[in-house]
Every structure is written in structure tokens, then in C-alpha cells.
Design a protein around this ligand. Structure first.
Ligand code: UDX
Ligand code: UDX
Length: 436
């Protein structure tokens, strides 16, 4: 049993803290957001994440997990301090590290014993050294510490499973003792452990996310070629995926990626390169291809409605950036709704969990708590995220509710042949058979 402090109870911090507690450690999770901490003390979660509610409550009642806004309390007896605060994009795409700096300085001021400080947040290459300088500068009196990079690879909506069954644990530190201790913390996960230097560990995180984003933009470009030439991109992806060098995951063509990681991390990696006077033609194209998906979805829907949205009502199925989350950061639905509204359409939206978090991002969208209610009177629906509950919608009922039976399936969740037989004017992405 180790004593751990986690700074930041956002999408990454709360899962990290709860999972380490579940492994038998004693965890104190800190946040500067008093409301978040007060809510957690009342058993109210700061985010939607499947399984989190039970995991937190069980570990709180077992006395392994507690919450505070006091660094002094959080660090008392702690041997490890994980920094999991936000690292949002700055105006030029660089990572905004003000919160990391604030956390590092607060740790330095309140630590009373040797500590291993672990960057869990995604931070630019070189940040580990920078955090060490901040801590050294902010300490009242010198107390031994090490800074270690241990990047997170958690997908929202499956974060607990991803934490408990990681593909690998990456640990960056030249301090062999510190690296060994952090490795020991992760031993129960029984996953391969990569121990390397700080900068390399930080780069593994960025390169991994940028590659996954590249894979998605690649299959989306292939999807458009499939559509033009009559091939089916779902079958193409399946055929590709049997090759172990390619792998079957992250080959779902659709409306592309959003969220708080891919957009921020691809931009940040390109920014770091440009700071070194390097060009990044691949990363630039990956971003361009990705954001064009949203425009293309609106254009194709407009074509299906005879070329104009004037006086039309469009329903969006799925509002968060992906299924199984309430996170609206860089959600494709926001850009799609904006384009539709600018084109003169009325827009409605439904999301199984993001109705509250979506509202501030799309004030002009009529957010409705039931998919059938939302479909009533719409001239078209756009499938924006592939929630399971959309896959089994009663489509005959939906057809009867729609003013016109038009569906643009941005995530290829329906079967084109079946949709045609039901009498829908249906388009999907790269299925080759659209209209053929
Ligand atoms: C964040 C980063 O955005 C991501 O790049 C990194 O990989 C993991 O940490 P996330 O958990 O999604 O991801 O951030 P967010 O949901 O914004 O939560 C950050 C939390 O840190 C918030 O609760 C915020 O109140 C808290 N915080 C912020 C602090 O506790 N102290 C601060 O000084 C600033
Ligand atoms: C991602 C990484 O997967 C994770 O390892 C990292 O720690 C944080 O960023 P996340 O953004 O939470 O996780 O979700 P993910 O499931 O990776 O999806 C990212 C985006 O790509 C979503 O918008 C999703 O809709 C999209 N996506 C994903 C596709 O368009 N096609 C796919 O095949 C997979």
C-alpha cells in the first residue's frame, strides 16, 4: 500500500486516483475547483464515465480514497504526487502549461518529505525538466524529489478498463530509483513497462496520439475514394486490419476525431516541430482532412435535401465528441450545428448523457431528451456519434415521425441495403453503394 496524491479530478485525474485506490493504495485527490471537491464528497461525480460512480464510492467507503482542496492535506505522508491538471491548447496550438506550473509550485511549497512527482497530464517534450526547475525554485528549503513522466493512455468512455488493462506503462526518468518505484506502483496491472528518459516518454505520448489521429484521417480519405469508386470502406478496413502491421482498431471511417486529446496533441506536436523550424506536412494534412469531415457531412446532407436547408429542421443524433462520454470538447456536433444554423436550418439534438454539457456549446440548438421526440417533424437526421442505443432505434417509427425520411449516417452504424428497403433516403460514409 502506497500513499498517493493526485492533483486534478478531471477526466484523467479522477480515474487515475480511483483506480490506484482500487489497487489498494491510499489516495488523496485534490482539485482547486471547490465545487468539484464538495460534490465528490457528496458522491456526485465531476464527469460521466461508465463505472466511475461505483468505483469511487466503493473506495471512499473503504477509506482508500478521499478528496480535498488543500495541498497540505493532500501531500501529508504522500510518496507520489500525480499531476493530472488540464493542458489545453493555447491560441497558436501550443500546450497551455499554466495549470501544470501552478500545481508544481503548490506541491513545492507544501511538500514536507521526499516525493516522486509524476506528470500524468500530456505535456510538451521537455516539460519534466521545466517542472523540476519550478519545484526547485519554489521550495522553501531543499527537499529531495524526482520528476517522472508517466503519460496517460485513457480513452474517455473506457478509461477504467484502459487504466486497469493498459497496452503498456510508459515511465520516463533517468533516476533509476524513482523509475523503479513508479514501475512498482504499476506492477499489479501486469502490463509491459517501458522505462526511458523523460523526453522520450513525453514524445511516446504525443507520437502515439498523433499516429492514432493519422490512422483515422487516413481511413477517412480512403472512404471518400471508396465512395467514388464503389468500394465499401468497412470491408476495406476489415480486410486491412487482419494484417498485424496495420491492426483493426482506429479504422472506423466517419466524421473524424474530436475530444480533448487528439486535437490538442496533434496541434501541440506540430507546434513543437515548428518551434524547431521543422515543417510537418503529414500532421498538417491529418488535421485538415479531419476538420473537412464536418463540412462534408453538412454538404452531403444539404444535397440529400435538394440543395437547401432554408426552413428545414435537422436532428443531430449524438452531441458529445464521441459515444459513452459527456465531454463536449471539440465535438464535431458543435461545428455541424453552427454550419446548419448559418445555412438557415433549425437544429435539434439528442445525446444519451451530454444533454446538460452540450447546452452551453450550442444555445441555438433545441436539445431534446428523447430521440423519437427529437426526430418528430425533422426533415433529416444526422448520426454524429455511434451510441449503441442508436443502432437499435425503431427506424420504422423514426420514419413515421420524420417529415422526410432522410438520414445521413456519419458513423456507418446502419446497413445501406436495409435502409433502402425501408424507403429511407440514406447516405453513409464510403460504403460505395450510396445511391448506386
Ligand atoms: C487533462 C489534460 O487536458 C490532458 O491533456 C492530460 O492528458 C490529462 O489531464 P483532463 O482530465 O480531461 O485532461 O482535464 P480536465 O477534465 O480539464 O480536468 C483538469 C482538472 O484539473 C480540473 O478539475 C481542474 O479544476 C483541475 N485543476 C486545474 C487543478 O486542480 N489545479 C489547477 O491549477 C488547474
Ligand atoms: C484518445 C486516445 O485513444 C487515448 O489513448 C488518449 O489517452 C486520449 O485520446 P479519446 O480521445 O478519449 O482517447 O477517445 P478515442 O476513443 O481515442 O476517440 C478519439 C476520437 O476519434 C473520437 O472523436 C472518435 O469518434 C474518433 N474515432 C475513433 C474515429 O473517428 N474513428 C475510430 O476508428 C476511432
Amino acid at each position: 500500500m502506497k500513499q498517493i496524491c493526485v492533483i486534478g479530478v478531471g477526466y484523467v485525474g479522477i480515474v487515475t486516483g480511483a483506480c490506484f485506490a482500487d489497487l489498494g493504495n491510499k489516495v488523496v485527490a485534490l482539485d482547486v475547483n471547490e465545487q468539484r471537491i464538495a460534490n465528490l464528497k457528496k458522491g456526485i461525480m465531476p464527469i460521466y464515465e461508465p463505472g466511475l460512480d461505483e468505483l469511487v464510492k466503493r473506495n471512499v467507503s473503504a477509506g482508500r480514497l478521499s478528496f480535498t482542496t488543500s495541498y497540505q492535506e493532500a501531500l501529508k505522508g504522500a510518496e507520489y504526487a500525480f499531476i493530472a491538471v488540464g493542458t489545453p491548447s493555447g491560441v497558436e496550438g501550443e500546450a497551455d502549461l499554466q495549470y501544470v506550473a501552478a500545481a508544481a509550485a503548490s506541491i513545492a511549497k507544501e511538500m514536507t518529505a521526499p516525493l516522486i512527482i509524476i506528470n500524468k497530464s500530456t505535456v510538451p517534450i521537455g516539460t519534466g525538466d521545466w517542472v523540476a526547475d519550478i519545484v526547485r525554485g519554489a521550495q522553501g528549503k531543499p527537499i529531495p524529489f524526482s520528476v517522472v513522466s508517466c503519460p496517460e493512455f485513457l480513452r474517455e468512455g473506457s478509461a477504467i478498463g484502459d487504466f486497469m488493462s493498459p497496452h503498456r506503462t510508459v515511465i520516463g526518468s533517468l533516476d533509476k530509483d524513482a523509475a523503479g518505484k513508479v514501475a512498482h506502483l504499476h506492477l499489479p496491472l501486469r502490463a509491459p513497462i517501458v522505462i526511458t528518459d523523460l523526453r522520450t516518454a513525453e514524445m511516446i505520448k504525443y507520437a502515439s496520439n498523433a499516429f492514432l489521429a493519422t490512422k483515422i484521417s487516413f481511413i477517412n480519405e480512403v472512404a471518400d475514394i471508396c465512395e467514388a469508386l464503389g468500394a465499401d470502406v468497412k470491408e476495406v478496413a476489415a480486410g486491412m486490419g487482419y494484417d498485424a502491421r496495420i491492426g483493426k482498431y482506429f479504422l472506423d471511417a466517419g466524421l473524424g476525431w474530436g475530444g480533448s486529446c487528439f486535437p490538442k496533441d496533434v496541434q501541440a506536436l506540430a507546434y513543437m516541430a515548428k518551434e524547431q523550424s521543422l515543417t510537418t506536412p503529414i500532421l498538417d494534412s491529418v488535421m485538415n482532412v479531419n476538420y473537412d469531415r464536418r463540412k462534408a457531412a453538412v454538404k452531403r446532407t444539404e444535397e440529400m435535401l435538394g440543395g437547401s436547408f432554408k426552413g428545414k429542421t435537422i436532428g443531430l443524433l449524438g452531441l458529445a465528441f464521441k459515444e459513452n462520454t459527456d465531454d463536449m470538447r471539440d465535438a464535431p456536433s458543435i461545428d455541424i450545428a453552427t454550419e446548419l444554423l448559418e445555412a438557415g436550418a433549425k437544429v435539434r439534438g439528442y445525446d444519451p448523457v451530454a444533454f446538460e454539457t452540450a447546452r452551453p456549446h450550442m444555445p441555438a440548438v433545441d436539445i431534446i431528451g428523447d430521440p423519437y421526440e427529437m426526430a418528430k417533424g425533422c426533415d433529416a437526421l444526422i448520426v454524429v456519434t455511434p451510441w449503441n442505443e442508436f443502432k437499435q432505434l425503431d427506424l420504422e417509427k423514426v420514419k413515421g415521425l420524420l417529415k422526410s425520411p432522410v438520414i445521413f449516417d456519419g458513423r456507418n452504424i446502419y446497413d445501406p441495403k436495409a435502409m433502402k428497403e425501408m424507403g429511407f433516403n440514406y447516405r453513409s460514409i464510403g460504403r460505395g453503394t450510396n445511391g448506386k
